[in-house]
Each structure stands twice: as C-alpha cells, then as structure tokens.
Ligand binder design. Structure first.
Ligand SMILES: NC(=O)c1ccc[n+]([C@@H]2O[C@H](COP(=O)([O-])OP(=O)(O)OC[C@H]3O[C@@H](n4cnc5c(N)ncnc54)[C@H](OP(=O)(O)O)[C@@H]3O)[C@@H](O)[C@H]2O)c1
Length: 302
C-alpha cells in the first residue's frame, strides 16, 4: 500500500487527510512510478472543491496532485520507450494523484528526466511550465513583440516570462510589488497589479496571457491591438467574451521532453521557491490556495 494525501469528499481543506491506497500493476500504456517529487498547483484545490468535476473525473477518496517526477517501478503492456529504473516525469493518469509515494502515469504523457534536471524541477513541468509553453505556441509571437502577462510571479507566470524572452518577445509582467524582483530578474518590465492597471501602461501590447481574470483581464483587453491575441487560463470564458481564447493543452511526451531540455540547457528555471515533505502536504496546498505563491511549490517524497 502507498501513503497518500487527498480528500474523501468534495469541499474545503477540512476534507483533506492521509490514507492508504493500492497502486496496481500498470495497464496497457501505463507506468507505475515511485514518486520523488510532486508539483502543487491551483488545479489541485479546485479539483478538491468540486469545480472541475466536468473535466477531471475522480473516484473518492481521491489523491491530490496532477504531476510527479520519480523512478519507474513497473511497466504495463504496449510501452516501448520506458523501462523499470528510468527517471521520468509526467502528468498522472486519470484516477491517480501526485501527493503519494507511488502513482501511475500514462507513457504518452511521460518523458525521461535528464540527469542534470532535479526531480523537484522536473515535477513542476507538466502543469505550470507546460501551460506557459502551450500558451506561447498558441500566440506564436515573433521576436520584438510586446506581451502582457497578468499574474506573472506565480508558477505559470515565471515560466511564461522565460519562454517569451527566449523567443525575443519583450514582456510586461503584471504582479504585486512583492514579486517585482522575481519578474525583473527574468528580464521582464514590472507593472504593479491592482486597480487602474491600464493607466500604468502607455503603449499598446501585441498580446495578453492572463492567469488571473476579473478586472485585470478586462483592463488588459483595452491595451491589446487585436483581441484574438488574448489567451487566458485564469478565466477562459471571459477571454472568449472579449474575443480571445483559452490555451489548448498538449500533455505529450514531446512537449515535456522539450521543456526538460530547456531546463537542462539553462533557458528555463521553474523557480521552485518552497519545498515540503509529504507529511506537510496540507501546508503546501494551503500556500498555493492562498493565491499568492511565488514561483513553484513542490512536495518531496522520501
Ligand atoms: N487550464 C490549465 O491547463 C491551467 C494550467 C495551469 C494553471 N491554470 C490556472 O492559471 C492560474 C494561475 O496558475 P499558477 O499556477 O500560476 O498560480 P499561482 O502559482 O498560485 O500564481 C498565481 C499568481 O497570481 C497573482 N495574482 C493574484 N491576483 C492577482 C491580480 N489581481 N493581479 C495580478 N496578479 C495576481 C499572484 O501574485 P500576487 O500575490 O503577487 O498577486 C500569484 O503570483 C490559476 O487560476 C490556475 O488554476 C490553468
């Protein structure tokens, strides 16, 4: 049996607890993995709260977390590219979670972890960096463009700033004052978040990547030259109403391998700022649920 942290019913943090789970031998296309690190994301508490029932089916009790890095302990039928003992990272298979010592991955959403990339960094790539990568692909901005990122100091934001800079895109990073140093260290121009955002930006922008929604997105929409160049995972419905779109996610081996290569070559640093042990999983998720995390939060196992 594995020790896991999750929730027995939909609701608030009071529904969270430790329990034991069985991780069976992997089915076709699956990998059983001993978890070394798990990424912590806003999606985790949103799944627990029941707001993702339509897109993330769970069987209760459910293990929290959607991404891990670890070592393969068993390989299911029809898996060609992975073997027991491989260091890997990926998105957890439907019905499995990340806050545990063993979990299941689909081989199609798993990549090998380069030796120079830590388990903690690799564990953060499928969700936050993957979303930033897919957003940059959706926008496909040429070098010299101006991109406004709202919520720039969080997990997705810090990755977006670096991936945009690698394309030669100049970034205006909307973040609170506490995250000014972080976004400036990533080469972006800091713009203080809060009411009146549009009045603090003098020139139009070519695109907006929104991680917050609400008034900030509405204000940013007034600055963009073409509303079709608004993409949002903070409030995709509002973005669509403004003429923009959501981000089409590609949780594939190819995308994850590319992200790992970018970390290995020094282009991308996921900026892991807080590390917790599995026994502290509740504290880790509470930090992310506060809505004010900087960079990435990781749970290390073992
Ligand atoms: N659909 C998908 O596939 C997908 C994937 C990843 C993330 N998401 C969503 O994207 C959002 C961001 O994710 P994340 O992992 O980056 O979250 P995060 O690490 O918690 O960061 C959120 C950031 O937003 C900032 N923020 C909060 N209110 C703000 C405001 N009014 N103006 C500007 N910044 C504000 C916070 O910084 P301050 O405290 O400094 O304000 C924080 O740094 C979440 O809603 C998440 O669910 C969706």
């Amino acid at each position: 049996m594995s020790t896991a942290y999750g929730f027995r019913e939909y609701g608030g943090p009071e529904t969270q607890q430790f329990f034991d789970v069985a991780v069976p031998f992997p089915g076709p296309g699956q990998l059983q993995v001993a978890v070394h690190a798990a990424g912590v994301n806003p999606a985790d508490w949103k799944v627990r709260a029941g707001t993702r029932k339509d897109t993330v089916p769970v069987t209760l009790p459910a293990v929290l977390g959607r991404e891990v890095a670890g070592v393969v302990t068993a390989v299911g039928p029809r898996v060609a590219d992975f073997a027991v003992g491989d260091a890997v990272f990926g998105a957890t298979a439907t019905g499995y979670g990340g806050y545990t010592d063993h979990t299941m991955l689909n081989a199609s959403s798993t990549a090998h972890k380069p030796g120079s990339v830590s388990f903690a960094d690799a564990a953060t790539l499928p969700v936050a960096a993957g979303t930033a990568y897919d957003a940059m692909s959706t926008l496909n901005l040429p070098a010299g463009s101006r991109l406004l990122v709202i919520g720039a100091g969080g997990g997705v934001g810090v990755a977006a700033l670096q991936l945009a800079a690698a394309r030669g895109v100049s970034v205006l990073a909307v973040a609170s004052r506490s995250k000014r140093d972080v976004v400036e260290s990533l080469g972006a121009e800091w713009v203080e978040s809060g009411a009146g955002l549009a009045t603090r930006i003098s020139e139009p922008v070519d695109a907006v990547f929104d991680l917050v929604g609400g008034d900030a997105l509405a204000e940013a929409a007034r600055l963009v030259l073409d509303p079709a160049a608004i993409v949002s995972v903070g409030d995709p419905l509002a973005a669509r109403d403004l003429g923009g779109s959501s981000v089409e996610r590609r949780r594939t081996t190819a995308v994850f391998a590319e992200l790992a290569a970018l970390v290995a070559s020094g282009v991308l640093d996921p900026r892991v700022t807080h590390r917790f042990q599995l026994e502290q999983a509740g504290e880790a998720l509470a930090l992310v649920e506060s809505g004010h995390a900087a960079g990435k939060v990781v749970i290390e196992v073992g």
